[in-house]
Ligand binder design. Structure first.
Ligand SMILES: CC(C)=CCC/C(C)=C/CC/C(C)=C/CC/C(C)=C/[C@@H]1[C@@H](COP(=O)(O)OP(=O)(O)O)[C@]1(C)CC/C=C(\C)CC/C=C(\C)CCC=C(C)C
Length: 582
């Protein structure tokens, strides 16, 4: 009996597991736990018979003075733990590196003209893996120095072939930071650990069944291959799982109301769905939504990466609709044109929520009345999960903007509040509706209404920050959102602000608005902790990264980009990290 192997775990495998768990903790949703447990179970079931065979045939061995003693099918318990901890560590690294990626948009890769190129890639990969398996078989048949290599290849090869066949498109399409990196980093690390363990004699690769070639001093080529292939299996397994989830959550017409923890059979059905059945319009809508968010809002783009998959998709689509609607109205060349857009948007919403308008009539109206680049933002809005009232109120908020043509719109703080409730409180309400759709709350109805009311206030707080940031930008387009009575108290007229929005008295009014924003924020923020657990951290990030603009505005000499105060990227990331871990 000895503790050498146990010490390898204490020194080299458990510390990264603790570190990775700590880093991934804010995102460790039940679905992630499900994925990791699933992969660990597959790893154990597939590895134990193989490893047991290798030990019983003397290909590798563990001197009795390095292990504690208990064994499972002749495998020391420390070795069984190795399969668990390696799968756990590599999976967590994969999950961590994949967090920023919105995976469903990578389903679109195998479409259009390049279809035959994808088919060739699949065939080339399959042929390569079949050749690898055949070569492994030959090595074993020869019963010589290639035996260990052969056993590795005929064990890992078929699993890799299966995963490649099911998910090759996703494996190839995802960024290398999601695929190659989580394979290579743990492989390199385990090569180093293995070198140290072999040198100390913690495990021994017996002679006669190995080539005796070293990748570097102390690292047998077979060991290097083993760790590379096992990490490739873990990452490809995770990618295949995510591929199935992306299909399940992206195409409600193929898989209506999928469970948040789908069964292996459902996952397999999703993976086996041919790409030709994918809804291209939905993929385009999601793709455009991600691009739009990335281009237009750095705060919400960062926050979006913290939301769990299916909720993230719906928030992206909601953002896309709100952005397009706001831009259509704001960028119109005249008030009449803006009114026209609002009428068209209202017609669209009336059609969507009416019992009589058919899907093709809605489609026809959108294609006939809206620019091509904006159509998907309307057609993919998740209206079935949203009530019509906040959308109608949002349009009424946009209509208020048009009143600027005739006279100053915001006369009192109350007017400002009404306006902000319409353009931002509504957005908050819709975000909460989507959260409750995906993660139904167990709270009584009145508590849920209180959360929605707090959300509405939080939306208003964000809108105040938005107005405080954009005083000069808005003045440039003839709008002043600061209440008229505040202006007169500061000895200013509406035209003074339009002419010189950077004068010193404006700073006092900006501070007044920010102070109202932060006091609303302070009162509303506790309600976030009553949201379903999956949404709490991400909503904190969304809210706090936007409120950070307000904090920057309160500092002297803040950085301005295109006339607007900006939060430096490192500061945004710090805010996100801090709020996630709160
Ligand atoms: C994380 C994620 C993907 C969130 C998406 C949020 C979303 C759907 C935002 C829509 C934004 C939008 C374009 C709305 C149109 C009206 C408008 C302009 C509103 C202002 C947003 C400012 O965005 P931006 O700075 O990009 O706009 P301009 O360049 O000035 O045109 C608003 C300030 C409103 C944003 C309000 C929210 C996102 C609501 C936040 C509150 C919650 C999520 C609820 C909090 C919950 C509790 C319980 C307190």
């Amino acid at each position: 009996m000895g503790f050498d192997y146990a010490i390898v775990h204490l020194k080299y495998t458990i510390p990264p597991a603790v570190l990775l768990t700590w880093l991934y903790r804010p995102f460790f949703y039940s679905l992630d736990a499900y994925k990791v447990v699933y992969l660990i179970s597959v790893a154990l079931v597939s590895t134990i018979p193989w490893d047991s065979y290798l030990i019983r045939t003397g290909i590798w061995s563990y001197p009795s003075h390095v292990i504690i003693g208990p064994k499972l099918f002749d495998i020391p318990i420390e070795e069984v733990f190795f399969f668990v901890v390696q799968t756990y560590n590599t999976s967590l690294l994969y999950l961590l590196l994949s967090r920023p990626t919105f995976q469903p948009v990578y389903l679109s890769a195998e479409r259009g003209a390049s279809h035959s190129r994808w088919r060739s890639s699949r065939l080339v990969g399959q042929a390569f893996l079949l050749a690898v398996i055949a070569w492994g078989w030959r090595c074993i048949k020869d019963d010589s120095l290639g035996t260990y290599t052969g056993l590795i290849l005929i064990w890992a090869g078929p699993f890799l072939l299966l995963l490649w066949t099911l998910a090759y498109q996703f494996i190839l399409a995802l960024p290398l930071t999601n695929t190659a990196l989580p394979i290579l980093l743990p492989t390199l690390y385990l090569w180093i650990v293995d070198t140290l363990a072999l040198r100390r004699g913690t495990w021994v690769i017996n002679t006669g069944t190995k080539y005796g070639v070293h990748l570097w001093d102390g690292l047998e080529i077979e060991e290097a291959l083993f760790f590379l292939l096992t990490n490739a299996l873990i990452v490809c397994g995770q990618v295949a799982f995510d591929n199935a989830l992306a299909v399940l959550h992206t195409f409600p017409t193929l898989f209506a109301d999928p469970s948040l923890l789908p069964s292996p059979a459902t996952l397999m059905r999703a993976l086996l769905t041919p790409c030709s059945k994918y809804n291209n319009a939905r993929l385009t809508g999601l793709d455009e939504a991600v691009r739009r968010l990335k281009r237009k809002s750095r705060s919400f783009y960062l926050a979006s990466a913290t939301f769990p998959g299916p909720l993230r998709a719906d928030l992206l689509l909601l953002y896309s609709f709100c952005r397009v609607a706001d831009d259509l109205v704001d960028n119109a060349s005249s008030a009449d044109e803006a009114r026209d857009w609002i009428a068209k948007l209202r017609k669209f919403l009336n059609n969507v929520y009416s019992d009589t308008a058919s899907e093709s009539a809605i489609h026809h109206q959108v294609c006939a009345e809206f620019p091509l680049a904006m159509q998907s933002a309307l057609l993919q809005l998740p209206t079935a999960k949203l009530s019509p009232q906040p959308l109608e109120d949002l349009l009424r908020g946009f209509e208020m903007d048009l009143a600027f043509e005739d006279e100053p719109l915001i006369k009192t703080a109350e007017d400002l509040r009404v306006y902000s409730e319409r353009v931002a409180g509504t957005v908050a309400q819709m975000c909460i509706q989507l959260i409750f759709y995906w993660y139904p709350s167990i709270l009584p109805a009145e508590e849920q209404s209180a959360i929605i009311a707090a959300g509405n206030n939080m939306g208003v707080a964000l809108q105040y920050v938005n107005i405080a940031r954009d005083i000069a930008v808005d003045a440039h387009i003839g709008r002043v959102y600061l209440p008229l009575n505040w202006l007169s108290e500061a000895g200013l007229s509406y035209d003074d602000v339009l002419k010189n929005p950077k004068q010193s008295q404006i700073e006092t009014l900006r501070e007044h608005l920010l102070s109202d924003a932060f006091s609303l924020h302070e009162k509303a923020k506790d309600a976030i902790e009553h949201l379903p657990v999956e949404a709490r951290g991400p909503i904190r990030v969304a809210v706090e990264s936007y409120m950070e603009i307000g904090r920057v505005l309160r500092q002297d000499g803040f950085k301005v980009k295109a006339g607007r105060a900006t939060v430096p990227k490192s500061r945004r990331v710090m805010v996100a990290w801090r709020t996630l871990n709160r």
